[in-house]
Write a protein that binds this ligand. Structure first.
Ligand code: FAD
Ligand code: NAP
Length: 553
């Protein structure tokens, strides 16, 4: 359980310049810093951006907001914090989430140990002293016993490989690297390329401002209306009265979200009962739709019933039948690409100032100085918004030159796809932890729950090592291989691998096609991690002799 009050086992023996280096000051790095301080170890955080908040610092595009309710998409580690903070909407927008991140940084005095505007570029293991030497793009080098990669799963924006992009004379934005100043679209001709979650959130807002908006869609996605609205005092209080209990319950749910699962198969209802159930879920809104039945991710026939329902909703909402037809996702089961959650997305296509271009009919040839040229015509635009996603889960880590024991590099190690033990460590890189790494529930969960669980586990491990005189921990190859096999086996029991999704690495040409997150569920995963820790870190090799000798010198 996340803690705000843990004390340290032992006072710290010097292990380098600091005990722990944390890379990234998003929600993961911030909470980790807070916990490490409580433990009495020294920590330093490096952050490429100029402020805290990670995802919510970078993704400032119009319409950006969370799709897990704010009462749940928030820290649980401090009862005072969760009681005092007031969210204004059910699903808060990016500005409010960023304000919250800054409030947390102030409240827990985090900034004094964070070095901003500094990117970690390398990390090299020194086996003679059991320490990492970490290099940055400002030329600073720091030595530490542990390194924790709190670098985020969706933190390396992916620029599309479209010829001529550099030649465009207008403005180009990527949703994941949005400018800090207000971007004005009033009266302008805007192109949005992509129709994933970021596009689906931004398109309705941009359409309201733009003179004309042209959406370039390669693959239609399923989107469910969020039913967002103002937070009522009554709803807020229902959570705050009972926060500790509800948070604990969520930690043991499959997705880390306290949500109303209908625990039966879609095929157990007749057609009329199913339609009523889907209608009720559609009205409830958001990702809860995927919990209409318990086998939507498992059984194609069940999934088809949900697909059929959403297709009918799209046809009902979009008044031009040929536009509606283009918006119907047909190449993947619903939910096997991250389900999108929107505010008036499909309705936006009824506006006179919005055009949908189906790239399957007319692919983009190139970007010209004036706009976007497809096989059919050239669309002259003033601005291009790239909502083209991320090199997810591995991209950010692989950009860092990481060299572990015996010269093993992370790039070589993960050449065929990520390999981890529990998504926390990879064999060959002792004392380097990942938060929400591949092989953990991460992006399939309420990330706040998964972040807190990983931070708590890592802090517990560092504390245990200090108490037991251990200076190095490394995943066993056999344990790692068994975990990778388990992660795969569980994934292939579901429909998820049927989609060309970023979960599979399919959105980046040349990236190994491996289902990266662990789909076995947040609750079961937590139990496994706790069991491993309780068994003295089963599946990890721990050593301490070298450092004991070094300390005696
Ligand atoms: P991040 O927030 O990504 O922070 C990582 C930080 O590390 C970044 O600030 C980055 O600059 C820094 N960094 C990376 N590499 C380096 C380096 N080499 N050196 C220095 N600094 C580095 N999840 C949910 O559960 N619910 C949601 O509703 C939800 N909505 C989302 C909406 C958007 C638009 C996106 C993109 C993601 C969303 N997510 C959501 C996932 C979101 O990423 C997580 O919820 C969470 O914010 C991740 O926090 P983090 O600290 O792990 O990583
Ligand atoms: P994404 O889901 O990967 O979507 C990228 C879009 O760009 C896809 O439609 C893709 O089409 C398209 N695209 C990529 N390259 C293209 C090209 N060369 N030409 C034309 N189209 C191209 O990325 P995202 O929308 O940024 O979302 C990523 C993840 O971030 C989400 O899945 C979610 O986890 C998180 N997120 C959450 C929220 C939220 O609601 N809370 C909001 C935003 C993001 P193809 O599908 O054909 O590749």
């Amino acid at each position: 359980m996340p803690q705000d009050d843990a004390g340290s086992h032992l006072s710290g023996r010097a292990t380098g310049d600091v005990d722990v280096i944390v890379v990234g000051a998003g929600f993961a790095g911030m909470y980790l810093l807070h916990r490490l301080r409580k433990l009495g170890v020294t920590a330093r955080v490096f952050e490429a951006g100029s402020g805290v908040g990670g995802t919510w610092y970078w993704n400032r595009y119009p319409g950006a907001r969370c799709d897990v309710e704010s009462m749940q998409y928030s820290y649980a580690f401090s009862e005072e914090l969760q009681q005092e903070w007031k969210w204004s909407e059910l699903f808060s927008g990016q500005p409010e989430i960023l304000t919250y991140a800054n409030h947390v940084a102030d409240r827990f005095d985090l900034r004094r140990d964070i070095t901003f505007n500094t990117r970690v570029t390398s990390a090299t293991w020194d086996a003679t002293a059991d320490v990492w030497t970490v290099g940055t793009d400002t030329g600073e080098t720091v030595v530490a016993r542990h390194v924790v990669m709190a670098t985020g799963c969706l933190s390396s924006s992916r620029m599309p490989d479209i010829a001529g992009l550099d030649s465009f004379r207008g403005r180009v934005f990527h949703t994941g690297q949005w400018p800090h100043e207000q971007v004005e679209f009033t009266g302008r001709r805007v192109a949005v390329i992509g129709t994933g979650s970021s596009a689906i959130q931004s398109i309705p807002v941009i359409a309201e401002q733009a003179g004309h908006l042209t959406v370039f869609q390669r693959t239609p996605n399923f989107s469910i209306p969020s039913r967002n609205g103002p937070m009522t005092t009554e709803y807020e209080q229902s959570w705050k009265r009972d926060y500790a209990t509800r948070r604990e319950e969520a930690r043991h749910m499959r997705s880390g979200v306290l949500s109303p699962l209908n625990d039966k198969s879609a095929l157990a209802d007749d057609a009329a009962a199913r339609r009523d159930n889907y209608e009720a879920r559609w009205s409830l809104g958001g990702t809860y739709f995927m919990q209409s039945y318990n086998d939507l991710a498992l059984n194609k026939a069940s999934n088809d019933t949900a697909v059929e329902f959403v297709h009918a909703k799209i046809r009902e909402t979009v008044s031009n039948p040929s536009v509606a037809a283009k918006l119907l996702p047909t190449n993947h089961p619903i939910g096997t690409k991250r389900i999108c959650v929107d505010t008036h997305y499909y309705e936006t296509y009824n506006r006179a100032n919005v055009t949908l271009v189906d790239l399957h009919e007319t692919p983009i040839n190139r970007i010209t100085p004036e706009g976007v040229e497809t096989a059919g015509q050239t669309y002259a635009v003033d601005d291009i918004v790239l909502a083209t996603g991320f090199d997810a889960m591995t991209g950010t880590l692989l950009r860092i030159d990481i060299t572990g024991r015996d010269g093993i590099t992370l790039r070589d190690k993960w050449d065929g796809g990520p390999r981890t033990y529990l998504g926390l460590m990879t064999q060959g890189l002792p004392n380097m932890f990942m938060i929400t790494g591949p092989g953990s529930p991460s992006v399939l969960s309420n990330m706040m729950v998964s972040i807190e669980q990983h931070v708590d586990w890592i802090v517990g491990c560092v504390d245990w090592m200090r108490a037991h005189g251990k200076t190095a921990i490394e995943a066993d190859l056999a344990a790692e291989n068994a975990w990778v096999e388990h992660v795969n086996e569980v994934a292939y029991r579901t429909l998820y691998p049927q989609a060309n999704s970023w979960y599979m690495g399919a959105n980046v040409p040349g990236k190994p096609q491996v289902f990266m997150p662990y789909i076995g569920g947040v609750g079961a995963y937590r139990a496994k991690c706790d069991e491993v820790a309780a068994a003295g870190y089963a599946g990890f090799a721990l050593s301490g002799a070298k450092a004991t000798a070094a300390a005696a010198e």
